[in-house]
Design a protein around this ligand. Structure first.
Ligand code: C5P
Length: 235
C-alpha cells in the first residue's frame, strides 16, 4: 500500500516581505504552502499572510504562542481570521492553554504543539525545570500526549522523534518536521537533521524546508529535488 505523500512547506525566513514574495513567485506552482515565522511576521505583519492568501497559498503561522489561555485563545482566533491553516503553540503552556488555542483557532486552522525545542539539551532543561532530565524523548512524548488530550491536531518534532511519536500516539495525530537537509549538503546550525526522503519514509504529514531551498543557487531546482525525493519515498 502506498503512503500518504507529505505536504512540503517552504519557510519564508526573511525580514522583508518583498524578498519573501520574490521566492514565492519564483517557486510558483512548485509550492502551495508557506511557513511564516516570527521574523517575517514581526517585520511585515499580517500583510505577509494576506499576500500569500491573495495568491491562493496556504499559510502555516509559526508563532509558537505561549501565554495565558485567554490571550492565546484570542491570538489563535486572529490567526484563523487572517487565513492561516496551521498555527503553533508551546505544549508547556499547559493543557488549558492548548485547549484555548484549539477553541480560538476553530475548524479552519489546526493547532500544532511544540514539545521540547530541539535547541535545548538535558542540562538546560534541568536548569529550566529544576529536576534532572535524562530522557528528553520521554519528555517529548509526555508533552505530545498532553497536547493531544487538549485537542491539538499534532506536534512539531525532529525527524528522530517521528517513530516514537507515531508509535505512541498513532496515525491520527499529525507530525510536522523541520530540519530537512539533503544527504550531501551542509547542516548549517541544525543538529538533528533528516533528508526529505527519510522524512517521507518515516511517515510525516508535513515537512518544512528552509535554507536548502531559499539559499540554493537555483531554488526551483532545489524544490524539485525535494519533491522528487518525497514522491519516490511515498510510492
Ligand atoms: O534550517 P532551515 O533553514 O531548514 O529551517 C527551516 C525552518 O525550520 C526555520 O524557520 C526554523 O525556525 C525551523 N526549525 C528548525 N529546527 C527546529 C525547529 C524549527 O529549523 N528544530
Amino acid at each position: 500500500m502506498g503512503r500518504v505523500t507529505p505536504r512540503v512547506l517552504v519557510a519564508l525566513d526573511y525580514s522583508s516581505l518583498q524578498d519573501g514574495m520574490r521566492l514565492v513567485h519564483e517557486l510558483g506552482d512548485l509550492c502551495q504552502f508557506y511557513k511564516v515565522g516570527s521574523e517575517l511576521f514581526v517585520s511585515a505583519g499580517p500583510d505577509a499572510v494576506r499576500s500569500l492568501r491573495g495568491l491562493g497559498k496556504e499559510v502555516f503561522l509559526d508563532l509558537k504562542l505561549h501565554d495565558i489561555p485567554n490571550t492565546v485563545f484570542r491570538a489563535a482566533s486572529a490567526c484563523a481570521t487572517l487565513g492561516a491553516s496551521l498555527v503553533t503553540v508551546h505544549a508547556c503552556g499547559g493543557a488549558a492553554m492548548v485547549r484555548a488555542a484549539v477553541e480560538g483557532a476553530g475548524p479552519s486552522c489546526a493547532v500544532l504543539a511544540v514539545t521540547v525545542l530541539t535547541s535545548l539539551e538535558g542540562e538546560q532543561l534541568a536548569e529550566v525545570w529544576s529536576r534532572p532530565i535524562d530522557d528528553i524523548g520521554g519528555e517529548v512524548l509526555r508533552l505530545a500526549r498532553l497536547a493531544r488530550s487538549a485537542g491539538a491536531a499534532g506536534v512539531v518534532c525532529a525527524g528522530s522523534d517521528v517513530q516514537a511519536i507515531r508509535g505512541a500516539l498513532g496515525e491520527g495525530f499529525a507530525v510536522l518536521v523541520p530540519g530537512i537537509r539533503f544527504a550531501d549538503a551542509a547542516r548549517d546550525d541544525q543538529r538533528r537533521v533528516v533528508t526529505p526522503r527519510a522524512a517521507a519514509r518515516a511517515g510525516v504529514d508535513f515537512m518544512v524546508v528552509g535554507r536548502i531551498v531559499t539559499s540554493a543557487p537555483d531554488p526551483r531546482q532545489a524544490m524539485q529535488r525535494v519533491l522528487a525525493e518525497v514522491e519516490e519515498a511515498s510510492c
